[in-house]
Structure formats: C-alpha cells, structure tokens
Ligand binder design. Structure first.
Ligand SMILES: Nc1ncnc2c1ncn2[C@@H]1O[C@H](COP(=O)(O)OP(=O)(O)O)[C@@H](O)[C@H]1O
Ligand SMILES: [Mg+2]
Length: 436
C-alpha cells in the first residue's frame, strides 16, 4: 500500500502512455502530456536520492540489521547503537521501525526521532524528545462531588533546569509502556559532558529495565569514542554495524521502486546501476531517478542501457557542489600528473565494511587504468597528498607505518569519482568490469 498521493495515478498514466506507443487509440496530446508529467512526478517520489526512506514499501534489504534491532528491542535492559558511514541508510532503517513495531491492537509504539546538532547539550536533547511525548494529567477539584479535569501535557513541561540521567529515567517511567526513542547524528554532539550523561542515562534505563528503548545513531568513530570512554554502557548498548549495501540489496531498491511505478529494467542495466552505486543507496536512487526519467521521456516503460548512460552523464553534471569542489581540489593540476587516475584507483580499490583500503589495494586498479604497472612508492606520494591540504583532505589516513589504511572522508565522493571517470573517458566499461 502506498500512501503518497500521485502514485495512485500511475496505472492510468502508464495506460495512456502505452496506448500512444502502441499506436492504438487516437490520444489527445494534452492528455498525453498531463500523464507524462504525472509519471515524472511519481518517479521523483519513488527515487529520492536526498531523503531517507519513510515507508516500508520502498525499503530494501537490511534483513540482518532489522533482525538484530528486533532482538534488541525485545530484550529487557537492552538498547542499540547503529553505526556506519554517512549515506549507508542508517536513518532510513530507524524510520521504518515505527511501521514494524505495533502492539496487540495494531497501534504503533510511541516513536520519537530527533537529530542532534553542534549546539546540543544533554538538556536540549531531552527537551527535543520530551516535546514529542505527552501524558494525561488529572486534576481533582474540591466539593461534595469533586469534578476531575484531564489535560494532555508534554513531558517537556516537567523537565528541570539541569536534568540528570535519573530524572530522565523518572519521567520516562511516568510516561510508561513500550516506546522507541531514536537519537540520530550523535557524531555532531561536540560537548563531551553530553556524551557522558547520555551513556549514563542508557545505563540507568537498562538497570531499571524500562520498556522505553533508546536507539543511538552515528558514524563509526563516534561510536568508538562513546563505547571506549564509557565501558560501563557496553553491556546495555548493542552495537549494530550498517555496512554498505550489497549488490543484491541495491537491485532490490530498483525492483521495489520500479514495481510501484509499474516499469521494468533490462537486467544488465540494473546490474550496472547497482555496481556503480558502490554500496551507497544514494547513488542507486540518483541513477534510478535519472534513468527512469530518461525512459519516460521516450514513452518507454522499460529502462535500458542507454538510459543508464544518460543517467550517468546527468549525475555527473548535477552532482552536489561540495562533492564537485572536493573532486577538483584533489585532482587539479597544470602539469601532466596522475592524480585523477590515482583517485580513481582509490575509488575502485577493495574496501572493508567501513570503507578502508590500503595502498596495496590501489595498485591493481591503477595499473588497469593507466595501462602500466606502478610500484607503491611511485604513487604513495599521491595518496599522502590526498590526505593533506591543498589537495584535501579528501582521504583520511590511519594506522601505522607500512600498514596505513585510507578512507574517503566523504563516502559520497567515491562513486562520483567512478561516474566521472566513465563520463570523461578515464576508464571504459570493459576495464571497469575487469577491475571490479
Ligand atoms: N534500505 C533502503 N532501501 C531503499 N533506499 C534506501 C535504504 N536505505 C537508504 N536508502 C536511501 O539512501 C539514501 C541515504 O539514506 P539515509 O538513511 O539518509 O542514510 P544515512 O542516515 O546513513 O546517512 C536515501 O536516499 C535513502 O532513501
Ligand atoms: Mg542519517
């Protein structure tokens, strides 16, 4: 079931468009235009590169992570922390929990999701949360038959000026019952004291076996910090890693989206979109969006390889300014250098679940791209340059001498480098397939 308005008109829009391509009926040009617009709108609602998924209908894969969360939420005293690179789908996963967790009467559990920012303190975080939680208060009047007045009050009204973990526990207990509280983007919290108080709160909630479940969400490093500095919370806080999505999970995004749009795609075209996305669903949505629009412009209900080509070029042209400037900063040069090839090789290097690769992983793709073998010493200066100004920092370097690991600071830059390489001819599809 789809709740989004325009999608209900898909079937009729497709019918009009199909009628035209089959040359069957005489179709009013105005009517046809209207239906094409309808279709374009619907495509934009299904493939949404910049917004987290908010309905299970369009949610793909992530079965293992869902299972883990479900098991955490059903265990007394356990809470969860979801961590992974930016853009892998952490927020989307928490968004659909409210659809999944329902009580016996099919009511969803009370669910609150807030985003942290750089200004947040322990108090402001709980203010944001408590604003969303309301309880009923009763006031009994005086008199022979006292009247009672019921009032809905947000928990925020009760919060003291400098709340401590136990006070939070107390009010959540008053609120009572099963509920889910998601605190997203905890990596943006700067204040150290806030992190400590949050960890203490989770410990207190766990010790009192409250039915309120806290889910923290953040990029990996923030989780390391939180856990390593607050060992006592480790038992209460189950860590759930969100790796990049597999190719089959990414193709499921395309399949689910296209089934809502009542469109299809050539198998090869689908595989290409999934592979180019490099595990980041943002790009699957971006390429899905542009290739579906390209097909739609031809009044076709089936996406083919040509549409994907159009989509790649369009994605490269319309990429966010921040990614574009990161790219140019990293590779620009007035002399003939191999910065662009080296960055492309980094983008194609084998990576672990958190996006890390080593210099050794760069060697083979670089040889394929340039057509000649390079010794690690010959390109390690390039890798280092990417880690520093003025070319970066584009990559982040960690580890020890000879065992350095690198990672794209902005994960979204990595697939862009590949798309750009394809669009500008730094690599062709055959070589790309060999490297991957
Ligand atoms: N399981 C999924 N199925 C379909 N699309 C997804 C899924 N997970 C993420 N996406 C899409 O990927 C993009 C990034 O997801 P988001 O949840 O914002 O990532 P994060 O919170 O990790 O930065 C969004 O466009 C979102 O719609
Ligand atoms: Mg997010």
């Amino acid at each position: 079931v789809i709740e989004i308005g325009d999608l209900s008109k898909i079937t009729s829009a497709n019918k009009v468009i199909k009628g035209k391509t089959m040359g069957k009926d005489k179709i009013d040009e105005v009517e046809l235009q209207k239906n094409r617009m309808q279709k374009m709108l619907a495509i934009g609602q299904v493939f949404r590169p910049s917004a987290p998924v908010n309905t299970y209908t369009l949610f793909a894969g992530r079965r293992k992570q869902l299972q883990n969360i479900i098991s955490v939420l059903s265990q007394a005293g356990q809470h969860a922390i979801i961590y992974g690179e930016r853009g892998v789908g952490k927020t989307s996963l928490t968004n659909i929990l409210s659809e999944i967790f329902r009580d016996e009467t099919n009511q969803s559990w009370p669910y609150v999701r807030i985003n942290c920012d750089g200004q947040d303190t322990f108090k402001s975080i709980w203010q944001k949360i408590f604003r969303e939680l309301q309880i009923i208060t009763q006031k009994t009047g005086v008199g022979f038959v006292p009247s009672t007045q019921q009032k809905l009050i947000s928990l925020n009204d009760f919060l003291s000026d400098s709340p401590q973990p136990d006070e939070i526990r107390y009010w959540l207990q008053q609120f009572g019952g099963l509920s889910i509280i998601v605190i997203d983007e905890i990596d943006r919290i700067i204040d150290k004291q806030t992190a400590t108080l949050l960890a203490d709160t989770i410990k207190t909630l766990s010790d009192h076996a409250l039915e309120t479940k806290i889910i923290l969400v953040g990029v990996a490093d923030s989780v390391d910090d939180l856990i390593s500095e607050h060992k006592s919370v480790e038992r209460a806080l189950v860590q759930i890693l969100m790796p990049r999505m597999s190719v089959s999970e990414l193709t499921e995004i395309i399949d689910k989206g296209l089934s809502v749009l009542e469109m299809t795609i050539e198998e090869q075209a689908k595989q290409q979109i999934a592979t180019l996305s490099q595990g980041l669903p943002h790009y699957t949505h971006l390429l899905g969006l542009y290739s579906a629009q390209s097909a739609c412009q031809k009044d076709s209900l089936k996406i083919d390889l040509d549409d994907v080509q159009v989509a790649i070029r369009q994605a490269v042209e319309t990429i966010q300014q921040s990614i574009l400037s990161d790219y140019h900063k990293a590779v620009s040069s007035s002399r003939k250098t191999i910065y662009a090839q080296a960055l492309l090789a980094c983008a194609l290097a084998n990576k672990n679940d958190l996006g890390y690769f080593s210099a050794t992983d760069v060697r083979a793709p670089l040889a394929k791209i340039t057509g000649k073998p390079y010794d690690i010493n010959a390109f390690s200066q390039h890798l280092n340059a990417f880690c520093d100004t003025p070319r970066g920092p584009t990559l982040q370097k960690s580890g020890f001498v000879r065992r350095f690991k690198f990672r794209f600071i902005n994960p979204l830059l990595q697939p862009y480098v590949i798309l750009h390489g394809l669009a500008k001819g730094l690599i062709d599809e055959k070589t790309l397939a060999e490297v991957q």
